[in-house]
Design a protein around this ligand. Structure first.
Ligand code: MLT
Length: 409
């Protein structure tokens, strides 16, 4: 009989968001009249920018004409998209990133998991706590951890608690680690890291020959002009960091699927025997073998983000969700709750009232207010006693949800 990858059996019950969906569906079935407002998963609600839609329609016509038809595209993405990203997202900010260091993909979630393919199984791995669960679960699946304890912490991972005392921004650990996951603006806490804080991480990584996985999926939401958008704004980062970005949250591509991963050519890691190997070569090999690229139509849509109209339209989208975040922050503060985040990020991180557990608060909001959020404990043991509210929804739904919370909590 075939055998399974038993690492999967170590995973805690379900991936967080399907588990929330399961509970919400059960409630909805039992209460069919309830008008449930979902501020749980960070899924966008507003239509795709017009510039992107027009570009995709045009691309569909290209596909209908033998002269412009496209078959397999380059596994790394089309050069016309990679060049615009390099110029506008990186070089314009002083980052020395070239088009061929950018790999187009169908999602940052996929890439933050897939990147483990090119790393060995003996690395010491650090994650913050709370953390985006994909970083942890993909390491469990790859056999990089032991079993989980009662708090859900996996043996072998180094957890770096982030909390109000450290502004939800962990400092480098005292011990040596090899792989570090950083996410800024942070999911779930909405915190950002200053240039000085990121410099500390880059210095640590270089001293310890570690690699930083920098998830910048929410960079478009940074409003503070002093906060870096890319890890490559930090001196030395090209020698120690891989960056993940996405069109999901800035341009509403959660259902359209397009993202990018930056692997600088200067980045190396070593074999067991101590020989240095270029990570770019390994990632290129991995993508060429396991991935056939993002569709031409979608990449044309993503390219339109870089047109003047596209830029204006995505800025409008980001402003819209940030205004939602401000409403959530203001209303919950008025209701006497302690809130964090939501200024440079689409997530508001809330301290649960009356020392309620995260899941108890989840149930209370669902049952009393018909509002769905995400329990902080779902992001890790140190998220217990917190709750994440997403600003991705219509203005009406956000206003309605806040009204219900204030009157019924
Ligand atoms: C979240 O809610 O944390 C995000 O939607 C997850 C994701 O982007 O995969």
């Amino acid at each position: 009989m075939a055998t399974i990858n038993e690492n999967y059996l170590k995973l805690k019950a379900g991936y967080l968001f399907p588990e929330i969906a399961r509970r919400v569906n059960a409630f909805a079935q039992a209460n069919p009249a309830a008008q449930i407002i979902k501020l749980g998963i960070g899924d966008v609600t507003e239509p795709l920018p017009q510039a992107c839609r027009q570009a995709m329609i045009h691309a569909v016509h290209d596909m209908g004409d033998r002269a412009t038809f496209q078959g397999y595209g380059p596994e790394q993405g089309y050069p016309w998209l990679r060049e615009k990203i390099a110029a506008q997202d990186f070089q314009a900010r002083g980052c020395d990133i070239s088009a061929d260091e950018i790999f187009i993909s169908d999602g940052s979630k996929c890439d933050t998991g897939n990147i483990l393919d090119i790393f060995g199984s003996n690395n010491a791995i650090a994650v913050t706590d709370p953390v985006y669960p994909v970083y942890v679960d993909t390491n469990v699946m790859a056999g990089h951890t032991g079993p989980a304890n009662e708090q859900g912490e996996y043996e072998g991972l180094v957890y770096l608690p982030i909390n109000a005392e450290n502004n939800f921004t962990a400092a480098p650990p005292s011990q040596k680690v090899d792989l570090i996951y950083l996410c800024f603006p942070n999911n779930p806490t909405g915190a950002v890291a200053t240039k000085a804080q990121l410099q500390e991480w880059v210095n640590y990584a270089r001293e310890n020959q570690a690699i930083i996985f920098f998830d910048a999926a929410y960079e478009a939401f940074i409003t503070d002009p002093d906060i870096p958008h890319s890890i490559y704004e930090i001196e030395g980062a090209q020698d120690c960091a891989i960056e993940f970005r996405s069109f999901s949250k800035n341009a509403g591509f959660t259902g359209t699927r397009c993202a990018l991963t930056v692997v600088p050519k200067t980045l190396t890691a070593q074999t067991q025997a101590g020989a240095a190997v270029d990570l770019w070569k390994l990632w290129n090999r991995r993508q060429s073998t396991k991935f056939n690229g993002v569709s031409y139509i979608v990449q044309r849509g993503a390219e339109a983000v870089y047109s003047p109209e596209g830029q204006a339209q995505i800025q409008d989208l980001v402003r819209f969700y940030l205004e939602n975040a401000k409403i959530i922050r203001d209303q919950l503060t008025t209701a006497g709750l302690q809130v964090y985040g939501g200024v440079n990020a689409p997530y508001v991180w809330v301290k649960t009232p009356n020392a309620l557990s995260s899941w108890d608060f989840f149930d209370k909001l669902l049952h009393n207010c018909h509002v769905v959020g995400t329990p902080g404990s779902g992001f890790g043991a140190a998220g217990e006693g917190y709750f994440r509210i997403s600003a991705f929804n219509s203005r009406d739904n956000v206003n309605q949800a806040m009204k219900r919370i204030i009157s019924k909590l």
